[in-house]
Design a protein around this ligand. Structure first.
Ligand SMILES: [Zn+2]
Length: 361
């Protein structure tokens, strides 16, 4: 059963009884702790496989290849500068000490793109359930960005804007990232590549959506429970809910005059109170006409970030917490990073009521 996987939703359903029986017989271990075991062919007739069989994986999640072909975005939708070459040239040229201040028009454009991104996240999240592949979630995300019809009837009445919600999925070809969405299950810290792995009852999964629309980027993510088993696991609930609360506590501080280094202080304090740790490698960042401009927003205490929140600044706060050591190691795909001890991790960079709040500074 080594290096064999479910390859599709259909395969998963077809083989579930056999799969369950084998597990019961074999170890008596929880299904949650073991990855898929059924060999099959995917729809294209290609055998799915682990592309890095000799790599030492820290937890139970495995890459399940082949990746689906790269999805395309119609030419009519404005593309960011990395869409062809894979290199974010504008972003590389930025002065890291200069924080962009948006005027009223820019702020409005940010509200629009963030609202659209929230909708895309909701569309994708609605598909999260045991038995689907992360590649399917990528397909849903991609289509929600490029194909989606207008969701605001009131806008449709005023203007016939069939292109009004169409967006480029920012991760696509960003530094050669192959997909339109990041999917990070269980011990995957962030930047997981959607592939043929099936989501299992008991998984948690982070969906990280970024879109480019009207010349501006939005970037938001949330961690979701897959099936009832995940909700019944106290450690999964602890890391997910604590991370959500950390973000809420940080957002409460967002106003002109707040020191950027303060966010990490409240995040780490709350994380520690629930016996969780904060990943220091990844931080929040500015977001505007560029995807990852300054400032860098550390999520940990005792950080040395300089700068203060000013009206017109737009940035993300997106803490990542772990149940174990807050250190990560990379898979050979150079994107997926998992916790060093294989323990679970969660991230939040979005809040359901954020649009009503309008706390944007
Ligand atoms: Zn981000």
């Amino acid at each position: 059963m080594k290096d064999s996987y479910f390859c599709s939703q259909d395969c998963f359903k077809r083989n579930w009884n056999q799969h369950k029986a084998v597990h019961k017989q074999a170890t008596g271990k929880s299904l949650v702790s073991i990855d898929c075991t059924v060999v099959s062919n995917n729809i294209l007739g290609t055998r799915v496989h682990n592309p890095f069989p000799s790599y030492f994986f820290t937890g139970s999640v495995r890459p399940v290849y082949p990746l689906s072909p790269m999805r395309t975005v119609p030419k009519s939708i404005p593309h960011p500068d990395w869409s062809v070459t894979g290199i974010p040239k504008g972003e590389k040229r930025l002065n890291r000490a200069k924080i962009e201040i948006l005027d009223a028009k820019g702020q409005e454009a940010m509200r629009t793109v963030c609202r659209l991104a929230r909708e895309v996240l909701d569309v994708v999240a609605a598909e999260v359930r045991p038995g689907i592949t992360t590649d399917y979630l990528d397909e849903v995300c991609h289509k929600a960005c490029v194909d989606r019809k207008v969701f605001f009837p009131e806008v449709l009445c005023l203007l016939s804007l069939s292109n009004s919600v169409k967006s480029y999925p920012s991760p696509l070809n960003y530094n050669h990232f192959p997909k339109s969405l990041c999917t990070s299950p269980n011990e995957v810290v962030c930047h997981g590549i959607p592939d043929q792995r099936i989501l299992l009852d008991g998984d948690i999964v982070n969906l990280d959506i970024s879109i480019y629309h009207g010349g501006y980027h939005a970037d938001l993510n949330e961690t979701y429970y897959v099936g009832d088993r995940a909700l019944a696991d106290p450690d999964s609930v602890r890391v997910v809910e604590t991370t959500r609360e950390c973000l809420d506590k940080a957002i409460e501080l967002v106003k002109p005059g707040t020191l950027i280094r303060e966010f990490g202080v409240v995040i780490e304090k709350h994380a520690k109170s629930r016996n969780c740790a904060v990943v220091a490698t990844w931080g929040g960042h500015g977001i505007n006409t560029e995807f990852h401009p300054p400032p860098w927003i550390p999520h940990y205490a005792k950080n040395k970030a300089v700068g203060v929140c000013k009206p017109g600044m737009t940035f993300t706060i997106e803490p990542i917490l772990t149940l174990g050591k807050p250190r990560e190691v990379y898979w050979p795909d150079n994107w997926t990073n998992t916790t060093v001890d294989g323990k679970r991790t969660a991230q939040f960079g979005a809040r359901r009521d954020a649009l009503q709040d309008d706390t944007a500074i």
